[in-house]
Design a protein around this ligand. Structure first.
Ligand code: OSB
Ligand code: MG
Length: 368
């Protein structure tokens, strides 16, 4: 396979409601789409970097520059390109995993579309549908939170994840348990908002029967989680800290986490995601599919990965309409708390050209 051209498309997607985390409030999702053109097919991917470097060090303008100036030249220089070869070709560039993931996925999508093979099959997925949970942002008041959670439960979501931060943790969790009972599957995500000294405070979450607490401490503070795990009973799940299969191995070996969230952008792609899945499976550590407010393009690819056998906990892969009134693709839908794994070749979904055009703010074509 040889790349003829790569198009980088910037799109602004209005969110149905602001999404607030411990690190930012999003009202629009700025997205970078990567379209790879080969003689046989074109491939699509979505870069999950956000507009500011607040979730992790990557951000959209930086990712785009790394793709144009440092990643694509390495792919253009390769004699024979395949999705599986991209990781090795880009390895000399340090970090920038979200940028690398988008490039690798677009190449892989082109290759699989040419072969007529779904990404799920290529990755070895066995499930045909994925249990769908929803991530609920920080609200201004507890009554507003209860209304939001009620709406998602009524829609059929199988699990609720509450975003927390200091000052928005025990009371909202208590209120949700009080209102909706012990039977709903509930977890929390701190996005690194706490410190080791907060261990006793976080232990107060133990009474609420949470499935897990996601990323309580800083990205680099693996040892802090080992200490925290001695004080709290709620299982610790890592998101931001798990940047590679190596990091997953170290976190598991040292006892820094009991569960792993897998996001392909965060770890450099779907192939590294599969390696993390395998490392966790071998260690008896369950995994689940995270999300980054993806459009249908990224959501479809995440579904393929989430079909692998050790994805045993509910995902953050919700329906398109949880974030977008108009998705870039046919909407991803959820029924009975489940979302179907796409069956078409490659990522199994296509952008709708008119919608992409309408929402596009910038586009660049890069040729070898
Ligand atoms: O930490 O899981 C996270 C969204 C953006 C950045 C980080 C996170 C999230 C979410 C929402 O929790 C996941 C989703 O619904 O796509
Ligand atoms: Mg998270």
């Amino acid at each position: 396979m040889k790349i003829r051209a790569v198009e980088l498309i910037r799109v602004t997607m209005p969110l149905v409601a602001p999404f607030r985390t411990s690190f930012a409030v999003e009202t629009n999702r700025d997205v970078l789409l990567v379209r790879v053109e080969t003689a046989e097919a074109q491939g699509w991917a979505e870069c999950v970097a956000m507009d500011s470097p607040l979730y992790s060090s990557e951000y959209l303008d930086g990712a785009q520059q790394v793709i144009s100036d440092h990643l694509l030249p390495r792919l253009f220089a390769a004699d024979e390109l395949s999705g599986a070869a991209v990781g090795g070709l880009l390895a000399p560039v340090r970090g920038h995993r979200m940028a690398k993931s988008a490039v690798e996925t677009a190449v892989l999508d082109a290759e699989l579309r040419a072969m007529g093979m779904p990404l799920s099959q290529y990755l070895g997925a066995t499930a045909t549908e994925v249990v769908s949970g929803v991530s609920v942002g920080i609200q201004d008041t507890v009554p507003e939170l209860l209304d939001a959670v009620e709406e998602y439960l009524d829609a059929g979501y199988a699990r609720i994840k509450l975003k927390i931060e200091p000052g928005w943790d025990l009371a909202p969790v208590a209120a949700v348990r009080e209102r909706f009972g012990e039977d709903i599957v509930l977890q929390v995500d701190a996005n690194s908002a706490y410190h080791r000294a907060d261990a006793r405070h976080l232990a107060q979450l133990d009474t609420f029967g949470l499935l897990l607490i996601e990323q309580p401490l800083a990205e680099e503070d693996l040892a802090g989680n080992v200490e925290l795990a001695k004080v709290i009973r709620t299982p610790i799940c890592l998101d931001e800290s798990i940047v590679s299969a190596q990091a997953a191995y170290e976190a598991i070996r040292t006892g820094a986490c009991a569960i792993v969230n897998i996001k392909p952008g965060r770890v450099g792609g779907y192939l590294e995601s599969r390696r993390i899945h395998d490392v966790c499976a071998a260690a008896g550590i369950p995994v689940w599919a995270g999300g980054m407010l993806e459009t249908g393009i990224g959501r479809a690819a995440n579904l393929a990965l989430a079909g692998l056998s050790n994805f045993t906990l509910p995902s953050d892969i919700s329906a398109s309409d949880r974030y977008y009134a108009q998705d870039l693709t046919e909407p991803i839908t959820m029924t009975g708390g489940r979302v179907a794994v796409p069956t078409g070749p490659g990522i199994g979904i296509d952008p709708i050209p008119e919608v992409v055009t309408e929402l596009t703010t910038a586009r660049t074509v890069i040729q070898p």
